[in-house]
Write a protein that binds this ligand. Structure first.
Ligand code: BV8
Length: 233
């Protein structure tokens, strides 16, 4: 690892697990309690907006009860101290990277703390509790929705993200099961660019075989150790 290396990092629900936010695919995970089709698709939102809005209201409310863990803080330390560029792309919709000190985070699947107008695309800070038919503060249409990328919707900033992946010297995936695309395809993109690839997880992910290096264990331990190695501290 050269001190000028560009490091691109993809995080998933596993990096927030030790903060107390349940992951998606664990037995007691978020999807165990809800059918994806009902709460994380545009069709589900159209069918039962109350159910979907309340699913996100509950997750937004939980943010007040959780704090960043050592993995979030270590990535912020890396961003501040590493000479090369550090790019953090997260599939998570929580704000723990920011609260852990990260200055720039790419939320490719949106954010709980953001609201979106389905009529005019205006975005604003989401209220703690949203309700179906809330008015957009810009166009005043009753078209507010959670600013979340649902299945079947295009993740945000894909062109910028693929440009970062194409210029990565190191690509690390932290706490993601590699089930959801296009994020699960990022490792292949980074390898095509010649990046060294590292997977941080409790076990091999669905795309684990595509990584050259694996650091197995809780991210709250493996990520700070990795950042210490890079920063030589
Ligand atoms: C799209 C927001 C295209 C909602 C989410 C091939 C190519 C392209 C698309 C597809 C494709 N095949 C299928 C698709 C469609 C689909 C898809 O991927 N389906 C899957 C299920 C097969 N993808 C899409 O629909 C995407 N859109 O492709 O658009 C397009 C093209 C043209 C026009 C229009 C569109 C949109 C996907 C985004 C969906 N939204 N989230 C919400 O958050 O409520 S996805 C949801 O799952 C989360 O965002 C989360 O990020 C994501 C993945 O979950 P993970 O983060 O990986 O979490 P998980 O629980 O699965 O795993 C946790 C991991 O952590 C585990 O491995 C565990 O071992 C580990 N772990 C646990 N504890 C720790 C730990 N690791 C370390 N330490 C610990 N302590």
């Amino acid at each position: 690892m050269a001190s000028s290396d560009k490091i691109v990092i993809l995080t998933g629900a596993g990096i927030s697990a030790e903060s107390g936010i349940e992951t998606f695919r664990a037995e007691d995970g978020l999807w165990a309690q809800h059918r994806v089709e009902d709460v994380a698709t545009p069709e589900g939102f159209a069918r039962d907006p109350e159910l979907v809005v309340n699913f996100y209201n509950a997750r937004r409310a939980q943010l007040a009860d959780v704090v960043p863990n050592p993995a979030h803080k270590a990535l912020a330390r890396l961003e501040a101290a590493h000479q090369g560029e550090v790019v953090v792309i997260t599939q998570n919709v929580d704000d723990l990277h920011e609260r852990g000190g990260m200055k720039k985070v790419w939320h490719m699947h949106g954010e709980l703390n953001s609201a979106l107008c389905a009529a005019c695309d205006h975005r604003w800070a989401a209220p703690l509790v949203m309700a179906p038919g809330d008015a957009c503060p810009s166009c005043h249409a009753p078209a507010a929705r959670p600013d979340i990328v649902w299945f079947g919707e295009m993740p945000y900033d894909m062109d910028a993200l693929f440009a970062h992946l194409g210029a990565a010297d190191v690509f690390a995936a932290i706490g993601t099961s590699g089930n959801v695309y296009p994020a699960a395809g990022f490792v292949a993109e980074a390898r095509r660019a010649g990046a060294h690839t590292i997977e941080f997880n409790l076990e091999r992910s669905a795309v684990g075989s595509q990584f050259q290096e694996h650091r197995t264990g809780p991210a709250g331990q493996t990520v700070p150790a990795w950042v210490d190695e890079i920063l030589g501290s």
